[in-house]
Design a protein around this ligand. Sequence first.
Ligand code: ATP
Ligand code: MG
Length: 413
Amino acid sequence: MFEKIRYRLLIANLLVIALVLTGFALAVRLVFVRNLKQQLTERLITLGQGAVGNAEIDNGQLQVENEFLAQKIIDKYQALEWFNTEKKLVKQQGDYTPNAPLDPQAVVEIQTGKPSIQSITLPILSTESGKLIGYVRVSQLLDEFDETVFQLDIGLGVGVIVAVILSSAGSIWLNRQAMQPIEASFHRLKQFTADASHELRSPLMAISSNVEVALKYPDGMREEDHEVMSAVISATEQMTRLTEDLLLLARTDRASTMTLAPVNLSDLLYDLVQLYHPQSENKQIELTANLEATLFLQGDFASLMRAFTNLLQNAIRYTPAGGKVKVEARRLGQQLRVSIYDTGVGIAPENLEQIFERFWRADQARSYDDGGSGLGLSITQVIIQSHGGSIEVKSTLGAGSCFIVHLPINAKA
Ligand SMILES: Nc1ncnc2c1ncn2[C@@H]1O[C@H](COP(=O)(O)OP(=O)(O)OP(=O)(O)O)[C@@H](O)[C@H]1O
Ligand SMILES: [Mg+2]
């Protein structure tokens, strides 16, 4: 049980940590890339402005001063192009120019693809008239930028993975620390239940044996006292059953208390059905069995008897007169399947989960008022699970129920 809680806590922790770290990494990437791009753009604009100042109109033709020694200013991954107003290329320096016609509207333009190039187009205005005399397109290769972003992505990715791995180790340790006191108090509570029920058995036995002795000699006893004594015996029996159930639950949670031996489930179920025949006949319930001849499994006879008694008792108890109860058992591969059908009151869909809870009884079940405590199915479930099996229920309110038990032939206790 605690293993499952620990596992769920770990998954939840890791999910939250992974989400937070991924969000953080994405934010860092966004800010870093934006700043880097801004810096590159500013550098390009500065270069472009220098190139604009070196273009003049001469005889109606755009001229670029040769003193503009681009090689000194521009890096090898940058390029400059001067265009006249007809967007015709006048001069070019550098190799990496975008493979696209000039678009004066695009102040900043990024050409993606390989090689990835960023370009900026600036207008050239005449120093005298202020009229447009041409354009300068300044470009740069973004290889370095792409490489930096790639490295950043790898760094952040590896960082997130390492952080998640470290956090999972931390989470396991923290969960263990946090669960320890809960586990300890749970075990103390269980131990207390076991001790209390164990200790209650002796006084209860003393009460019932004393009252039984008194009832053996009814001479001199008033008629009313006789009834009172019988009521005391019945209440004591009910309490004894309850304490025994609690003790069994507190103990059977540890499957190791079982002793496994070959059990013929067909015989066990056959005897059980025979035992309950008189009771079902009294209630005018048709009790039938359909069992495969030999169904052996490794199990604890007494516990299995207890589990199937609970199921059969329930089927008879919650089926009105005139109904039917059927017990079926067969082998399916390495498993045995036992189904107990009844045409009884059924269970509401919203209660199907609760019926296995300790002390849970449907409101209508209380009207049977036969001393049921609501522990029967919890005990059955614990026994079946400690045999490595499972129990499920299908039910329709007002029509009947079917409890299906699967048990492995070779249980590992
Ligand atoms: N075959 C069934 N048909 C309809 N309701 C059922 C059936 N079996 C169980 N239930 C419902 O589930 C509840 C829990 O069953 P469970 O066997 O745990 O307790 P109980 O029968 O009330 O008491 P006891 O501890 O004596 O078995 C029952 O009170 C009843 O409401
Ligand atoms: Mg029951």
